[in-house]
Every structure is written in structure tokens, then in C-alpha cells.
Write a protein that binds this ligand. Structure first.
Ligand SMILES: CC(C)(COP(=O)(O)OP(=O)(O)OC[C@H]1O[C@@H](n2cnc3c(N)ncnc32)[C@H](O)[C@@H]1OP(=O)(O)O)[C@@H](O)C(=O)NCCC(=O)NCCS
Length: 174
């Protein structure tokens, strides 16, 4: 269980005016070099999915953020790539990250999305229901640890039979 938080924060839709503060949170949470990751390459040339970017606000201070990006798996399956998810270091460990995931997933399901992928720490994302792919049928372009490629079905059996390379929509041939 997530420990109860001592801070009175709210989850809100991210607005264009939040962009700079979100970058600050990402820099502080991930440190330098974050933009070399395979997930970043997948986001290049795309835009975060409308209605699926959220921030955690504490008395007007942006303390965390989450985004979801469009991807295509194997040239035919539309899905979401979760990330980046980041919480300002001083506010980590109070459940804000899991709350952002949960609210994001609820919003994604409402919008009709069926499948979410991410590359991240399995022990953490398992808490939000993510699972590793048991086979290597789905792969990411660029370097990554296959054990960190996780998925969450927003619709029953949405991952069944899904295979192939994950690409940004504009790079995928359908
Ligand atoms: C990872 C991150 C988003 C988690 O957010 P958070 O608000 O600190 O996490 P929460 O408070 O929601 O975590 C709740 C639980 O997950 C655990 N947890 C947090 N990070 C974890 C990790 N990397 N691996 C395993 N467990 C983790 C906590 O110990 C807590 O466990 P408990 O409920 O058993 O006490 C945040 O720490 C962060 O921004 N880290 C740096 C950037 C990053 O790594 N982003 C994720 C990319 S994969």
C-alpha cells in the first residue's frame, strides 16, 4: 500500500503554461542525460496524447508530472507509451507517482485506449498493475533492458497476440 501523504496536493490537467516547470521536475528527478533514453527517441516528432498529461500541484508548485505518448506496435496495434513520470525528489515516496499513474490510466481508459507500455522499474510499476511481457515478441528500437518493458491492458486481453517493434506513429508503416 502507498503510505498516506502528508502533503495536500491535487492532480490537474497539464497546460501549455506548465511546460517549463515540467522540464524542471524532469531535470531534478532524472538528472542529466535523460534525453538519451530510448523512450525519448520514440517521442521525437510526436506529441503527447491530448487529455493525458497531468501534473501534481501543491499550493501552486508543480511537484510531479506524467504524460502518455502514441505508439504503434508491429505496424498495426495502437498503444500508449507512459512517460516520463517524475516527482520532485523532496516529494518522492508519498504516493504522488502512483496517484498520477492511476489517474492517467483512468483517463486513458475513458478515452478508449486499450494498452499501455513503458520501460521502467518492474517492482514499482507492478504496484499499478503493470506486467512484463513473458516473451520477447514486443521490442523497442534502440538500447533498453527487455525485462523493463512492461504493459498494462486497459481492455481485457488487449495484449494478446501483440508483437513487433514499437515505433512512433509517423515512423510506423501500417
Ligand atoms: C519513480 C517515481 C516516479 C516514483 O514516484 P513516487 O511518488 O516517489 O512513488 P510513490 O510514492 O508513488 O511510491 C509508492 C511505492 O513505490 C515504491 N517505489 C518508489 N520508487 C520505486 C522504484 N524505483 N522501484 C521500486 N519501488 C519503488 C515506494 O517505496 C513505495 O512503496 P510502498 O508503497 O511499499 O511504501 C519517483 O521516485 C521519481 O520521479 N523518480 C525519478 C524519476 C524516475 O525514475 N521516473 C520513473 C521512470 S521509470
Amino acid at each position: 500500500m502507498t503510505q498516506s501523504t502528508p502533503v495536500d496536493y491535487t492532480i490537474q490537467p497539464a497546460l501549455p503554461g506548465h511546460t517549463k516547470s515540467i522540464e524542471t521536475v524532469l531535470d531534478e528527478a532524472f538528472g542529466l542525460g535523460r534525453q538519451t533514453k530510448t523512450s525519448y527517441r520514440l517521442r521525437e516528432g510526436s506529441q503527447a496524447v491530448d487529455g493525458l498529461s497531468f501534473i501534481a500541484d501543491l499550493d501552486g508548485r508543480l511537484i510531479g508530472s506524467i504524460q502518455f505518448w502514441p505508439i504503434i506496435i508491429g505496424g498495426e496495434t495502437s498503444a500508449l507509451l507512459l512517460g516520463p513520470l517524475a516527482i520532485l525528489p523532496v516529494y518522492q515516496g508519498f504516493g504522488v507517482g502512483l496517484r498520477l499513474i492511476e489517474d492517467g490510466v483512468v483517463a486513458a481508459r475513458k478515452l478508449g485506449h486499450k494498452l499501455v507500455l513503458l520501460v521502467g522499474d518492474e517492482p514499482y510499476y507492478t504496484k499499478a498493475g503493470f506486467k512484463p511481457f513473458n516473451s520477447h515478441s514486443v521490442s523497442m528500437p534502440g538500447p533498453y533492458d527487455p525485462k523493463r518493458l512492461l504493459f498494462l491492458e486497459l481492455q481485457a486481453n488487449a495484449a494478446d497476440g501483440v508483437s513487433g517493434l514499437v515505433l512512433a506513429p509517423h515512423r510506423a508503416k501500417r
